[in-house]
Design a protein around this ligand. Structure first.
Ligand SMILES: [Zn+2]
Ligand SMILES: [Zn+2]
Length: 622
């Protein structure tokens, strides 16, 4: 997203500059820089193609300096410092040379090299970014009092690259590929470092898969929530607040609708809502254990000689409300929901639209239960998730992550919690997978995933069964039936996840055509002529009284133009009023996306208001 950081536009030719739909999280640490991103055969082929691309770029630009070139979801990229901005013609020329290399079927050969020799090789060829990676590696070894590591290169034909692999056997194993675009990318995601040119490409095992991918990519670009947000007047982004959205009236209405539906559902399910401070002393994070581990992700402030931070999560503060009185086994489950405004200090180079932000609000809750209540509460939560996602026609999938090797808390407690979670998952009939040892050190967890309309997988929210972090570190207790002090279990959970991210995802999933119940404008009244405007306002008032979000198009545009405009704004319903309709106090209803010649029903005003109110209350996807 160009606006996220002050970018040096001159570095990338404008015609080649276009937001790429491939996800490529910025890499900053030396570990990330060395990771080829190749976790299976397809990734290995993708990363191998990145090597071939680097070979072609070096062939065309003698002074090119190489950054890194990992496999990513859907393809690969490689970052280069080049003497001039790349043009689309350059990409064609690079592709052409890559084909020659693939046709030659050069084997990929792994070469081990002593550290100092590797450094001389890179320095000798002017590859300053590679030298920096090696120096970082050396510094890390020194800090750990370890000897300098041996490093590996992968060679194919005339090209050799510092790399840990893995690779395919030869360039001949590379399938049909395509270079996609060029984008500016700061070295190590750091806006103070040089901006490199990142070439994105994709490669697949078959031509068919490549074509499928190109179709999905074109479709994803059309649906880009950053573009649609502007087009539909929902939100915008500005340099003065990187990673934070400005919500326009319609976007805020969408937000409030989602939040309102969640609040209603929460109340029905026995939650109470709380609100805790955003600005808190670092002492809180020292107690929770986040200071020292996570504080780089916090925005810190010095106030009256004390260090404070903007909260990156709501968790520890809910314990203060818990501890405000003595708790009994009868109080549970104690469900505290909170829509807290959170801030996380993500590097500005990594920020993007609503999906990678610095400021966000979660539909968070902390639920305190007795250890024997975990199963019932997880079952309740799985039902909650299922119901919420059905409002959008989405089918959640779950990943159950169990005890990691480094875990805090007794083995009995972990076993007890895990068996209850498993039982709850089995009983709910939910579709789930187990990811062994992938829980956090204090909690087994359930991650919630969906597939969107383009088949893209999104991780949405998480349910964590916290056995120690809040209970032990904040010394939470309750009095059991025998009058003895016991530790509760704290369940952390969100359903939407972050509201920002959720909105970004559903805007893309529906290509902006949001379901009636969430659409910021649900109906536009279209008077055919001026003489119908007054009746139009009367109809709007009747609908408004039933909670329908309605506008009247009283412009001088002709009817067909008015219909086209509200189609462009993806308004679910157009209510057309002419002489006949005004006379009968009715409206001709035209549904968004209906064919021009589709049969249209004419409905009386009051009946229409009742019908729409019922459709909205049902929270369905039409
Ligand atoms: Zn490699
Ligand atoms: Zn939490």
């Amino acid at each position: 997203m160009a606006e996220a950081a002050p970018t040096d536009q001159a570095q990338v030719a404008p015609e080649a500059q276009e937001a790429e739909v491939l996800e490529a999280p910025e890499r900053g640490s030396v570990e990330e820089l060395l990771d080829a991103g190749a976790h299976d055969d397809l990734d290995a082929m993708r990363h191998s193609t990145a090597h071939v691309m680097a070979e072609a770029v070096l062939d065309l630009f003698e002074d090119a300096k190489l950054g890194i070139g990992p496999a990513i979801d859907g393809g690969f990229y490689y970052d280069f410092a080049l003497p001039r901005p790349l043009t689309p013609a350059d990409l064609e020329a690079i592709e052409e040379r890559m084909r020659t290399s693939v046709a030659a079927a050069h084997p990929f050969v792994r070469k081990e090299m002593a550290f100092d020799d590797a450094r001389s090789v890179e320095e000798g060829s002017g590859q300053t970014f590679k030298v920096e990676i090696l120096d970082d590696l050396a510094a890390r070894a020194k800090a750990a009092a370890e000897p300098l590591p041996e490093v590996t290169f992968y060679e194919h034909g005339p090209f050799s690259d510092l790399c840990r692999g893995p690779h395919v056997a030869s360039t001949g194993k590379i399938g049909p590929f395509k270079l996609l675009s060029v984008a500016g990318a700061y070295w190590r995601g750091d806006e103070k470092r040089p901006m490199l040119q990142r070439i994105y490409g994709t490669v697949w095992s078959s031509q068919d898969e490549l074509e499928q991918f190109m179709w999905r990519r074109a479709e994803a670009k059309k649906r880009d929530h950053r573009k649609l947000g502007v087009q539909l007047d929902l939100y915008s982004f500005h340099d003065v607040a990187p990673g934070s959205a400005f919500w326009h009236p319609k976007g805020q209405r969408l937000w409030r609708t989602l939040e309102g539906a969640m609040r209603q559902e929460q109340e029905r399910r026995g939650y109470d809502e709380v609100s805790t401070p955003i600005l808190v002393s670092k002492r809180l994070w020292e107690q929770s254990g986040h200071w020292g581990l996570y504080d780089d992700n916090m925005f810190k402030l010095e106030i009256e000689g004390q260090t404070y931070s903007l909260k990156p999560m709501n968790c520890p503060e809910s314990t203060f409300i818990y501890k405000s009185r003595v708790r009994s086994y009868r109080d549970f489950p104690l469900r505290y929901a909170e829509y807290g405004r959170l801030h996380r200090n993500e590097r500005s180079g990594t920020l993007s639209g609503l999906t990678r932000v610095r400021q966000f609000i979660q539909d968070d809750a902390h639920i305190y239960v007795r250890p024997d209540q975990v199963q019932a509460e997880i079952e309740e939560l799985l039902d909650f998730v299922q119901v919420t996602y059905s409002w959008f026609g989405l089918s959640p999938r779950y990943v159950f992550a169990t005890k990691p090797d480094k875990a805090v808390g007794s083995a009995e407690l972990w076993a007890m919690a895990e068996s209850q979670i498993k039982e709850a998952l089995d009983r709910s009939g939910a579709q789930y997978k187990v990811k062994p040892k992938d829980g956090t050190f204090y909690a087994p967890k359930i991650d919630i995933y969906i597939d969107d309309a383009l088949g893209r997988e999104w991780q949405m929210a998480t349910i964590q069964v916290d056995l120690t972090m809040l209970p032990d570190r904040f010394d939470l207790t309750y009095i059991d039936e025998a009058g003895k002090q016991q530790r509760p279990v704290a369940i952390h959970r969100a359903i939407y996840g972050s509201l920002e991210r959720f909105i970004g995802i559903i805007v893309e999933h529906f290509a902006g055509a949001l379901p009636l119940w969430v659409a910021p404008v649900q109906a536009v009244v279209i008077p055919i002529a001026d003489r119908h405007v007054e009746a139009g306002r009367e109809l709007a008032a009747i609908l408004g009284a039933k909670g329908i979000r309605v506008e009247v198009d009283d412009s001088d545009n002709r009817m067909q133009n008015k219909i086209r405009l509200s189609q462009e704004q993806k308004v679910p319903l157009m209510l057309v009023l002419g002489d006949r309709e005004v006379e009968a106090r009715s409206a001709t209803v035209r549904r968004r996306g209906a064919a021009r010649d589709a049969a249209q029903e004419t409905v009386g005003w009051d009946a229409l208001a009742d019908q729409l109110a019922a459709e909205v209350a049902a929270r369905r996807v039409e």
